[in-house]
Design a protein around this ligand. Sequence first.
Ligand code: GAL
Length: 695
Amino acid sequence: MKKYALLLTLTSVILAMTAHAQQASRFFPEKDLVTTGIYYYPEHWKEDQWERDIARIAEMGFTFVHLAEFAWFRMEPEEGKFNFTWLDKVLGLCAKYKLKVLMCTPSATTPAWMRTGYPETFVMDGHYIRGEHGTRGLGSIVNPVYRRFVEKIVTEMARRYGRDENIIGWQLDNEPDAKPDYSPSSQEAFRKWLKNKYKTIDALNAAWGAAFWSQWYNNFDQVIIPNTTLVGWWGNNPHALLDFKRYSADAQAEFLDLEAGILRKFISPDQFVTTNYTAVCTGADPRRTRKLDFATYTAYPNGGTDNIGDQGFRLGNSGVVLFASEYYKSVGGSSGVMEMQPGPVNWGGYNPLLLPGTVRMWLYHSFAAGGKLACSYRFRQINYSAEQYHAGVIKTDGVTASQGGEEYIQFMKEVKELRRLYRPGSKMPEKLAARRTAILWDLENYWSIDRQKQTFQWDAWNYPVKFMQLAKGLGAPVDVVGPTADLTKYKVVIVPAYEMVDSSLVNKWRDYVAGGGHLIITCRTATKDYQGHFWEAGWAAPISGLIGAHVKGNDMLPGNGNGDVLMKLMHYRWNNWADLLEPDTGTEVLAVFDNQFYKGTPAVIKRKIGKGTVTYVGADTDGSELEKSLLRDVYVEAGASTDDYPPGVYVYWRDGFYIAVNYSSGEYAMNLPADARILIGERILKPAGVLVWRE
Ligand code: GAL
């Protein structure tokens, strides 16, 4: 017994020392395909309802219950006085009904005594106003007092539950997003971070270009967090602001690793450690963490925004699960969705009913993209408080399944059937492998470009998503990868508006092409170094050898502007961004600008290097038809076939199953081979429809 314990401890220590020590696949057997769970907050309900609720969770078909996320006030009702008897009772009920548990650390919501006794534990906003008790995510993660309290509660929980065999894993905090914090603790931590990065104040002054507007510093003590709230847009120093983003993201990652490190000391290696990033997470950088086994995301595709076609406002944004499910794989591989919207929410501009089938379709989408876990916020719709209008899978009476609840039940039944049909060891079909595509993306570039858009039309988050949608429309499997990824397994790599580079990254791209890869680089790439400075050379100088051209200038038009690009006798409209190109001899011109004073100037070019090709797309067109046509040609050049799905129809392959979902407002007839066997759904996909088949 002792030997076993020692072995476990040693394993935990070794795992803790390795970055992203474990892959999600270690915790979720492939044959289970996907494990489903639900958020339950016993602290919101009368104790005599707990058993009824937990029995119902089991009856609906869920396999695990997500607990304790915001329950700090119950676990430590007074400073230093812990009470877990209520949670033990809930765990007992879960075990009784054969439900596993996903335990959470409660650091996102601190108890009232903390604000009263220790106001410094809260962040300050850009007006230097302290956060107040009553919401979540306002703890100052760099404040030593707050951190000590977090360490204590996490230690207590880990000690108590770390060996409970019914607990499958841990979620840290809630939707960490590296909130900007201007408190004194954060000012100090920022200066420390800067000292560590720059060593000397001269190096900082040079990196920040501090000679501009007398921003010059004589020593680190003079430096404060750049604060656009107070100095306004013109007062921004983009390099200082970029460093503030980096510091905030590092602090967030370090804070998560602090919690993970404590857990690791006590918990079994069979329990995973993860967190739930928002699908569109612009502050926290998951790739900066070191101790999570994998990352999950929270998906709320429908916040009352219009999308594809007249039913789009019910079906939700088709880019949410699409991008997040691939992006978060970069930490620990395929994991899944921690919060899937179960129905209308309370925070959209308006919150419409979802088209019947929508929740099920989202679940299938996440599953199709490799999701091994699908969990939903929340079980019962709460009858009171800030989120009382937010749907649950159970309605306000506490017992009746909502529309989303019924769709969960259906999904879970269908997954059981798919498990029966599952055959181990299937390999991605050759036709799909031949189109494997990577989108190169990094949050730092998002920060940089979003700060200095240059045109109100630039959508820094959705620009890469657009390329993902185009590649999916052509039927390609698409990964979202970071700068250190191995590119050689991809036939096509797309580099959309990747601003900050160095020569080694560009050399890596060149090697990829020389080895037979097909690289597509777009406008706004390689214009800056990692500090965000332009090169003291031609525009985008590091890539001019690679693309075989110089970028002479960039143009932008008003929103109703009518820029024209001509390619293969077809005209395409643009008004967002244009890179005017001057190709070297030997570089092929694929498209030219066909109006404005620079009519005839190349807009898209291509060249061969070694066994591969580089295409440079200098224009961001309105309907993206030009980009789609180029992409199709690149697949052809790569020897791959393509499909042609309408916007919002996505087709995936996983574990031997083909899965199609339809976010569009129209029906789509899937073209299936004669020997295809339909397992779920119908060949004609209705809006919110799902089709699963085998070929
Ligand atoms: C999520 C959050 C949940 C809940 C939900 C409401 O972003 O993680 O706790 O508030 O939004 O839609």
